[in-house]
Design a protein around this ligand. Structure first.
Ligand code: 4AD
Length: 466
């Protein structure tokens, strides 16, 4: 390390350790401080050396000004440093505060020739995705991670403020809630398990949804939610599917209608979006200005009006009367595909839209029968959003024992789900819930095209690098 001025033991007593965001706030002007972080730029000049140091606490880096005698060949882009000095008001326009360095210690070197990110280049999200172990060192991905963390906090706050109890639903489960057969089976490995053919005595899987466990809890707590990883053995390489994604799920007891659910879905969406726009303004701007220019307008428009509600049958009419040519059929009874969802969102004014009352046969066994006909529907609702399509899926749950057991019996699952039928035997109430794909939520708010760019470590078929 290189230093000038007061002795190091004296400095140790005097200096205050600050994060970059704290240093930039300007409250410690004139103070002797220590800042630790990674070098984002180095500019040696004749008499001075300028560095930018970032520690992930904000998008802004702290400008460090040092005499050229503190220059060191190992002070390169990406190296880790510890800088001590005095925080001063900056004479430069770009930043209100700068750190006049007295000592710069290179904690960890970084060879700029081997480092995949270059100081002057603006790398695309696609490029940095190739380096899942290093991409948090880029501005875009560190912004994303701060936004993701704030959005998580916002969702927890929303539920807390609205009287929901958080439940830790299990990751290992023996049920396939969605019945779509996209399960990852869990088996022990290692020499001590060689003989152990069936560790749990029943086949066990990574959860595809915490819904059924939340429904258990909704028999005792009228509002519950869970927020955690969910797993689907998707064979899709699409830009909105992952094998491991985060889902926010809520269950509400004593529901009167789907509106009881759409209110919570919309309330949570608005509250989390507003929170992120307010608390991560600079980070969000990076996406809205540089990644998807113009997306800010879409988000602001989304927040201006209540989300419209249309039925599935109306959606089919809209699709059939459009001049668009769709790849997939749009006859009553078919599942809505991404192309249909996108069209419906545009048709409704590029705003989130609820689609309700889907064909009964399209929905899993738990969906509540509307007992209508001949177009037989279930009380299910999806929220479709700009840029992504389906963001939430939910339904009222079939609380009537006779109807539920008949449906389970028809598919031979009555015994498997006997515990689930018990929930209807003992104090059953009308209830319902939904799941929101958290990663897709971030895609929607930030305008990010590929879901792999909004999650720290994306897992998808043929890809689990670390
Ligand atoms: O519509 P889904 O499958 O609903 C359920 O799992 C219900 N049991 C939830 C509930 O009612 N508690 O999934 C909910 C949401 C989807 O709308 C989508 O946003 C997201 O989860 N999702 C995925 N996100 C990323 N990758 C995948 N493979 C996803 N599959 C679903």
């Amino acid at each position: 390390s290189v230093s000038r001025g007061i002795s190091s033991s004296l400095r140790h007593y005097c200096e205050k350790r600050l994060r970059v965001s704290e240093a930039l706030s300007g409250t410690d002007l004139g103070t002797n401080v220590k800042v630790q972080g990674w070098v984002r730029s180095v500019r040696p000049q004749k008499t001075n050396l300028f560095l930018h140091v970032n520690d992930g606490s904000s998008l802004q880096s702290l400008q460090v000004v040092a005499g050229s005698e503190l220059n060191d060949p190992s002070l390169t882009f990406g190296s880790a440093v510890e800088v001590t000095g005095i925080l001063k008001k900056s004479p430069r326009q770009t930043q209100p505060v700068e750190l006049e360095a007295e000592q710069i210690h290179v904690v960890g070197k970084c060879n700029p020739l081997d480092f995949p990110f270059k100081i002057k280049d603006r790398h695309s999200l696609e490029y940095i995705r190739q380096f899942p172990h290093l991409r948090c060192r880029t501005n875009a991905f560190s912004s994303l991670l701060r936004i993701r963390s704030e959005a998580t906090a916002a969702i927890h706050s929303y539920f807390k403020e609205n009287g929901f109890l958080q439940i830790h639903t299990p990751i290992i489960t023996s049920n396939d809630c969605e019945g779509a057969g996209e399960l990852f089976q869990v088996e022990p490995s290692g020499p001590e398990h060689e003989e152990d053919e069936n560790y749990f005595s029943v086949p066990a899987f990574l959860t595809v949804s915490g819904q059924l466990h939340l429904e258990v809890m909704s028999g005792a707590f009228s509002r519950v939610y869970t927020f955690g990883p969910t797993f689907r053995a998707e064979n899709s390489q699409s830009r909105r599917h992952l094998a491991e994604f985060y889902m926010v799920e809520a269950e509400v007891s004593f529901t009167q209608s789907l509106e009881d659910l759409t209110k919570v879905m919309e309330g949570m969406f608005r509250s989390a979006t507003e929170h992120v726009l307010a608390r991560c303004a600079e980070d969000v701007d990076l996406f809205h200005k540089h990644v998807t220019p113009g997306h800010r307008g879409t988000v602001e428009a989304m927040m201006k009006r209540r989300f419209p509600v249309i039925t599935y049958s109306e959606a089919i009419d809209i699709l059939n009367s459009s001049s668009e040519t769709f790849v997939f059929p749009t006859t009553w009874g078919c599942d809505l595909q991404t192309e249909h969802e996108k069209y419906l969102v545009k048709h409704c004014g590029n705003t989130p839209v609820f689609v309700t009352d889907y064909p009964y046969d399209l929905k899993p066994f738990y969906a509540r029968d509307n007992l209508d006909g001949p177009k037989h529907t279930a009380a299910a609702v999806d929220l479709l959003v700009p840029g992504v399509g389906e963001l939430c899926g939910g339904s009222l749950r079939e609380e009537r024992l006779d109807l539920l057991s008949a449906r389970l019996e028809a598919v031979g699952l009555e015994e498997t789900y006997s515990w689930y039928l018990d929930l209807r035997r003992f104090g059953s109430v009308p209830h319902g819930g939904f799941g929101l794909g958290f990663d897709r939520f971030l895609q929607c708010v930030l305008g990010v095209d590929n879901i792999k760019d909004v999650i720290p470590f994306p897992r998808f078929s043929h890809s689990c690098p670390l």
